[in-house]
Ligand binder design. Structure first.
Ligand code: HPA
Length: 265
């Protein structure tokens, strides 16, 4: 993978990549001595279209580590190909990131969860009906049939639980199920997902994690910010405004958790 353009703009290679979900992009603004590269200035990068997504790679220091953060991601529901949705993950790994923190906004299926809970992803269910690795396989990028079991690193989950306690953040654990969106789920769908073993539902992250496993990322930590209750037991409908507002309120804990984890990776 060609990485010259990005590497020519930075002095140190990042070791940790952070993918920022809806409303969580502010984290990238807290990186020190940061260099921001607009997606539109990187060859082959598409433009991100969702409101509240800035659309740039920000490389800078945090807790003593060099970090590359994706401020704004590509969603399948925007009409992008899966290869496009996951391209940045390959780029971030190619420029040095062996550890990845993926984050998202998600609906809470588990009745224990509250708006603002931070769910550490223990596993995922790919319910998108497709896979970013479909098509010819480039052996230089990764194997045809990559194993992804255990990709959510147990050690990092344990550490993040500890950090959650230290900083008083409402940390939970659970399984994330990915759907394409963009329509939110029906009550019947939400109840079905619960039966399948999922604790939170969202429209991202799983393609990027599959590609992270494919390209050889060593450790993945996934954090879902629960922005709305989605148990399917009431008639309350999810709205995008509610998702963005909840993300905004929980940001302080979120940023503290991510920051502390970076220091311990
Ligand atoms: N469903 C799907 N995606 C989401 C939700 C939801 O309820 N909330 C935030 N992202």
């Amino acid at each position: 993978m060609k990485t010259k353009i990005i590497l020519s703009k930075i002095t140190e290679k990042p070791t940790v990549a952070v993918v920022l979900g809806s409303g969580l992009g502010d984290f990238a603004d807290t990186l020190e001595n940061a260099v921001a590269i607009k997606y539109t200035d990187i060859p082959h990068f598409p433009a991100s279209t969702v409101k509240g997504h800035a659309g740039r790679l920000v490389i800078g220091k945090k807790a003593g580590k060099v970090v590359v953060a994706m401020q704004g991601r590509f969603h399948f529901y925007e009409g992008h190909h899966m290869q496009t949705v996951t391209f940045a993950m390959r780029v971030m790994h190619a420029i040095g990131a062996d550890d990845v923190i993926v984050t998202n906004a998600a609906g809470g299926l588990n009745p224990k969860f509250k708006v603002g809970s931070l769910m550490l992803m223990t596993d995922h269910i790919n319910f998108m009906g497709t896979n970013p690795l479909i098509g010819p396989n480039d052996e230089e990028l990764g194997p045809r049939f990559p194993a992804i079991q255990g990709i959510y690193n147990k050690g990092l989950i344990e550490e993040a639980e500890k950090v959650g306690k230290e900083i008083g953040a409402p940390v939970e654990k659970g399984v994330y199920i990915a759907v394409t969106g963009p329509s939110y789920e029906t009550g019947a769908e939400l109840r079905a997902f619960r039966v399948l073993g999922a604790d939170a539902v969202g429209m991202s992250t799983v393609p990027e994690v599959i590609v992270a496993a494919h390209c050889g990322v060593k450790r993945v930590l996934g954090i879902s910010l629960i922005t709305n209750i989605a148990t399917g037991e009431s008639e309350t409908k999810a709205t995008h405004a509610e998702v963005v507002e909840a993300a905004d309120k929980a940001k302080v804990y979120f940023i503290k958790l991510v920051e502390t984890m970076i220091g311990r990776m």
